[in-house]
Design a protein around this ligand. Structure first.
Ligand SMILES: [Zn+2]
Length: 487
């Protein structure tokens, strides 16, 4: 079984792993978009190192954009075969890909207008795909993978396990005559709001492991909750707007559920909550539909007809006009809007209207890439540029780190334990993080190898394949995003 990674090798974004089996069958695990800055995003336009028409099947581990976002491009470039995933992943992928197509097309038009004024329209790259391409892609989805049940995919036995990362997320046990391999996908933080812990994986001969936070230990969940509650109370006392930038999938639902609990228990006053993200509202429908997958508390609430994602003061803001009207809303209120890193979306106009007011609070619950608007604010910028205007940062800034949906070092080591695998191939991590993790593995008697970018490795033979050498291609920029849409 050979692996060639065309994304999430020596970086955290753009997951795309090509498996070649004996007999030449070819399987693609995930087909994600590169995100997080121009250098990485330019890679989305590159040709693949293989012909999509030669693939026998695609399997998706979960619906984050950095795992599914290049799928319509794969179809544009000739792939017509099945795309296997769990049913919740299919539901979320529809929301994620349609939103991505809209952003692609809007971004292209905007860039073209700007380029025309400078007579350089020939330089503007066309959108990767549009809505029509997404619909052709969605028609290929086969949402038949069920946790713990073995399926046959292109002559390979595939058993998904619960990854506990976001709704529907799976790791994969792949079995063939060569041996048994586990592809981890993204693994969940065992201290998180909505997902049950990942299930212990079975025995395997090798593991391909994500390493986003392989050098970190997250704060315990009760501490994160207390930190969030205290930030909210302090913000309510400041009597201004409370802005929470949030990604539409999983993070928004986690924050809404946490707000509901804090308000129901009287720990935080019942002030209005505006969910200003139609995408998050759409994604929440999948959380209702597949509520049986969530932690017992949420499952039970849904079962008895409740809405665990709706604080009693929740208003869903749908149109852009309604969103603009919120600027004139008087009094304290919580506004949850995308995107999570503040690089675009409706959160930007809320920041433009409120960031300069001392009574405003900005509660950051997602990872912020250093170059993003959020990253600049976290780093203490006194002024930031928003929608072409310089805005003073006078709001109170609260950063809550513990809401991460990714496994930390302890989670990753716990995951490896039951596999009994002596060999771990590291993907989906930045090089310094993986470098720090290799000795941790060695101290437990495990061999850790960093999967090189775009070069083939022999997974079960324990060696490097056709002309590949470890440590090559490490010059790939690794200032990527860690979190969803991101994350
Ligand atoms: Zn993910």
């Amino acid at each position: 079984m050979r692996l060639q990674s065309f994304g999430a090798a020596c970086t955290v974004t753009g997951s795309m792993h090509l498996l070649t089996l004996d007999g030449g069958r070819r399987l693609l695990i995930d087909c994600g978009l590169f995100q997080g800055g121009e250098a990485l995003e330019a890679r989305n336009h590159e040709p693949y190192g293989f012909d999509p028409a030669d693939l026998d099947a695609v399997i998706l581990t979960h619906a984050h954009l950095d795992h599914v976002g290049r799928l319509p491009l794969l179809v544009n470039r000739g792939y017509r075969g099945p795309v296997y995933c769990t049913p919740p992943t299919a539901a979320l992928a529809e929301t994620v890909l349609l939103d991505s197509a809209r952003l692609q097309v809007e971004g292209y038009r905007q860039e073209l207008r700007r380029a025309r004024r400078q007579a350089r329209e020939h330089e503007v790259l066309p959108p990767l795909y549009d809505e029509e391409d997404v619909h052709r892609t969605l028609a290929l989805l086969r949402p038949v993978l069920a946790f713990g049940q073995r399926s046959e995919v292109a002559g390979l036995r595939v058993t998904p396990g619960r990854a506990g990362h976001i709704l529907g997320s799976a790791y994969l046990l792949l079995e063939c005559s060569d041996g048994r391999l586990i592809m981890s996908g993204d693994l969940g933080n065992r201290e998180s709001g909505l997902q049950p812990d990942f299930t212990a994986p079975p025995q395997a001969d090798a593991v391909v492991l994500e390493t986003t936070y392989a050098n970190r230990r997250h704060r315990a969940w009760p501490e994160t909750l207390a930190e969030f509650r205290d930030a909210l109370r302090q913000s309510v006392r400041a009597n201004g707007k409370i802005l929470i930038p949030s990604f539409a999938i999983e993070r928004s639902q986690t924050i809404l559920h946490t707000l509901k609990n804090l308000m129901d228990s009287g720990e935080v006053p019942r002030i209005p909550v505006f969910l200003d993200s139609p995408m998050a509202a759409r994604a929440t429908r999948a959380y209702f539909e597949f509520g049986g997958e969530l932690i017992p508390e949420v499952r039970d609430a849904l079962h008895s007809g409740g809405d665990p994602f709706a604080p009693s003061t929740l208003h869903e803001v749908l149109t852009g006009d309604e969103s603009q009207r919120l600027n004139r809303y008087d009094g304290p209120a919580i506004i949850l809007a995308g995107n999570g890193m503040m690089t675009g979306g409706r959160i930007q106009h809320h920041l433009r209207h409120h960031l300069w007011k001392p009574g405003t609070s900005l509660i950051i619950v997602s990872y912020q890439s250093p170059l993003s608007l959020g990253g600049q604010i976290v780093a203490g910028a006194e002024t930031v540029e928003i929608m072409g205007e310089d805005i003073a940062v006078r709001a109170q800034i609260h950063t809550i780190g513990g809401f991460s949906a990714h496994a930390d070092q302890d989670d990753l080591l716990a995951f490896l334990e039951t596999t009994g695998s002596p060999h771990v191939w590291l993907v989906h991590g930045e090089v310094p993080v993986m470098d720090a993790f290799v000795p941790e593995l060695a101290s437990r008697g495990l061999k850790g190898d960093i999967v090189p970018d775009r070069q083939e490795v022999n997974l079960l033979g324990g060696g490097f394949g056709r002309g590949a050498r470890p440590g090559l291609a490490l010059e790939v920029p690794h200032a990527g995003v860690r979190e969803e849409a991101g994350e």
